[in-house]
Design a protein around this ligand. Structure first.
Ligand code: TXA
Ligand code: MG
Length: 322
């Protein structure tokens, strides 16, 4: 059983395991990550192997602070302002990779950019500080499945692949970090996440383009996070979105005070209609409803503002044909 309580001793052991090239699962404020030494190609390759992750999908490098991030990536002025304002926190910045940073090409899948973040979780920060290496960490789930928000979710998906699973309890946000491409002058949101775009827009006093809207005028191409696959975050049962009634055999993912009446398995993401609470509950709710083997999971409509943007993004991908 690789799940351990985080103590100075287990965190030191986890840091040692990372430095040896082993994999370690650890809590962040968003979801649990499956960490590997980002400078060790062999260790990073094991992450792809363990998750069954497509090789074209790059990983996020996690570091303890902005100084460590600056060793692996170059920060244009806007990127530095965002890092200073929102790190540690659920914001991932895609930046130009610095060769001196020694990040393995397996992390960036050969791209000239690298995704970096400083997580706001005491256990993650203690681990990064002790390991003294950048740690490549995708969400600690099988590729395509919903992300883990509890140590037991990691165990269910990955068994004893991680040398250790540091158990930090339920993650605070329950949704992955927001990804912003800040490598160029024009910043673009590649993935909606735990930091609402509105918060960044308020801070910068500009509107941020979403990846789907931003088209490169030179090439006509859309910038995307290569991992933003149509089908992702998918439970076993199909999702039926915008449900206004339920059918026999279905489970119900409800939201708000006016939940539909339903006889079978039901989970209300937030009876008061609070999007922060709903985000924190989303993935655990999907896993729980899935366990009752429904014919489908009917999902009530969820407002598309604030964290609703990230919640609806995950639900749409979960509902996409596999
Ligand atoms: O909250 C999170 O971000 C969690 C925790 C563990 O930090 N991590 C996470 O990692 O969600 P993952 O691997 O599940 O998602 C990383 C996303 C993928 O969609 C990937 O395509 C994108 O980041 N990404 C990584 N490097 C990139 C790059 N250089 N350019 C564009 N997208 C990149
Ligand atoms: Mg993931």
């Amino acid at each position: 059983m690789p799940i351990v309580k985080p103590t100075p001793e287990t965190i030191a052991a986890a840091a040692e395991a990372l430095r040896r090239g082993d994999l370690v699962a650890f809590p962040t404020e968003t979801v649990y990550g499956l960490g590997a030494d980002a400078t060790n190609s062999r260790a990073v390759a094991r992450v792809f192997e363990a998750k069954g992750r497509p090789r074209f999908n790059p990983l996020i490098a996690h570091v303890a602070d902005l100084a460590a991030a600056e060793r692996i990536a170059s920060f244009p002025p806007l990127a530095r302002r965002l890092a200073e304002a929102f790190w540690p926190g659920p914001l991932t910045l895609v930046l130009r990779k610095r060769l001196a940073g020694k990040i393995s090409d397996f992390v960036t899948v050969g791209l000239e950019t690298v995704a970096v973040r400083v997580p706001a979780h005491p256990v993650a920060l203690a681990l990064l500080a002790a390991a003294e290496i950048p740690v490549a960490a995708p969400s600690a789930n099988r590729s395509g499945h919903v992300s883990p928000t509890l140590a037991n979710h990691v165990l269910d998906d990955l068994g004893d692949i991680p040398a250790l699973i540091l158990d930090g309890g339920p993650t605070a946000h329950g949704l992955e970090s927001t990804i912003i491409d800040a490598s160029e002058h024009d910043i673009v949101q590649l993935r909606a996440g735990a930091l609402p775009a509105e918060a960044i827009e308020r801070f910068l006093a500009i509107r941020i383009n979403r990846a789907a809207e931003a088209v490169d005028p030179a090439t006509g191409e859309r910038p995307i996070a290569p991992g933003q696959l149509a089908s992702h975050y998918a439970p076993g049962a199909p999702l039926r979105l915008e449900a206004t009634h339920t059918r026999p055999g279905e489970a119900l993912l409800a939201f708000g005070p006016d939940a539909l009446r339903h006889d079978g398995s039901t989970f209300n993401l937030s009876p008061t209609g609070d999007l922060v609470e709903a985000g924190a509950n989303l993935f655990a709710a999907l896993r729980k409803l899935d366990a009752s083997h429904p014919t489908a999971i009917a999902v009530m409509p969820i407002p598309d503002t604030g964290l609703g943007e990230a919640i609806n993004d995950r639900l749409r991908r979960g509902a996409a044909p596999k």
